[in-house]
Design a protein around this ligand. Structure first.
Ligand code: MRU
Length: 321
């Protein structure tokens, strides 16, 4: 598959994740405003892909001229939770005094690294999962989308599935639909179907019941920000999954590139959690789902405390909090 996000001719080119799975289409982003809008709408999403968006955004701004540092601020704060976005922006900004070509070269280097590091991190995690669950093809549970679409290529948590599937070690992936924007049902299921990996989509609320029935050998998720003590911010619902996994003795493994680790935060308590538009819950395709005056709590992420996590795995292996 082509890269989720790349540089085209004078534009950032992304796979439009709002259109999948019905439509595979590309979007060309030619201005900083278009990029910021695409990030906010989740046309490009997932922490590592946002890191690439941050770096390419600065490269775009540098080519267009104007106030590049002001543009960089806008890009870095388009969404607050995934640390990779500001990390990508800052990395590209460090080349600004060498000119637009140097900034673009740095952004493209980051893209290449992202693919390699996610492949390495998920390879380590595949080994750890085999140690935790020896001896049989695995029933895995996935939340949100931590696949190719959430990265430049390959994926983090879903990258583990690709490694295990290559060796015939995946029996089934249970895919949490991931309310309210359905990254699991729309994106993870699409990726698994493309790769011919057996999967079933389930409502998020079925995850604990699946564990109680002994249908899950291991939970695999990605991360948006990992604090120094190993607390992990990830898609809303991850915390509940971790509690259920602990209760049922199911290993809970987090996979992410080290660019997702934020050593400036001692614990997850300091992680900014994005709250999204109420309409994601109150309506679907323009049809009301709630009474008109319903008030809404719509956090996009939650924080899973480190003591509920079996292993956090990066390209360096097990992360030691
Ligand atoms: O709101 P999203 O779709 O950007 O949220 C994405 C997630 O929560 C992913 O699990 C996370 O970014 C890790 S992706 C490798």
């Amino acid at each position: 598959m082509r890269r989720t996000i790349d540089w085209g001719e004078d534009a950032i080119v992304i796979i439009d994740q709002t259109a999948l799975p019905a439509d595979f289409r590309l979007l060309e982003l030619r201005t900083v405003g278009e990029l910021v809008d695409a990030v906010k709408r989740l046309a490009v999403r997932g922490a590592p892909a946002l890191g690439a968006a941050g770096a390419l955004g600065v490269a775009l701004a540098a080519r267009l001229g104007g106030d590049v540092r002001a543009d960089a601020e806008l890009i870095a704060h388009a969404r607050p939770t995934a640390v990779n976005l500001e990390w990508g922006v800052e990395r590209a900004l460090r080349k600004l005094d060498q000119g637009p070509d140097a900034v673009l070269a740095e952004a493209l280097a980051l893209l290449t690294e992202d693919e390699e590091l996610n492949k390495t991190a998920s390879g380590h995690a595949a080994g750890i999962v085999r140690e935790l669950c020896p001896g049989r093809p695995l029933r895995l549970l996935s939340h949100c989308n931590a696949g190719q679409l959430a990265t430049v290529g390959w994926g983090s948590a879903l990258g583990v599935v690709w490694h295990l599937h290559e060796r015939g070690l995946v029996k089934e992936v249970l895919v949490d639909e991931t309310r309210p924007l359905l990254q699991g049902a729309r994106l993870t299921a699409w990726e698994l179907a493309q790769a011919n990996v057996p999967y079933r989509v389930q409502p998020d609320g079925a995850a604990a019941a699946a564990m109680a029935r002994g249908m899950v050998d291991c939970v695999l998720v990605g991360a948006d920000r990992i604090a120094a003590n190993g607390d992990v911010a990830n898609k809303i619902g991850t915390y509940g999954l971790a509690i259920a996994a602990k209760h049922h003795g199911v290993p809970f493994v987090v996979v992410a590139p080290s660019s997702t680790v934020d050593m400036t935060l001692a614990s997850g308590a300091g992680i900014a959690i994005e709250e999204r538009d109420a309409r994601e819950l109150t309506e679907h395709a323009g049809v009301p789902l709630t009474p008109p005056d319903a008030r809404v709590f719509n956090p996009a992420f939650d924080v899973t405390p480190h003591d509920l996590i079996t292993a956090v795995v990066t390209e360096h292996g097990r992360f030691a909090p």
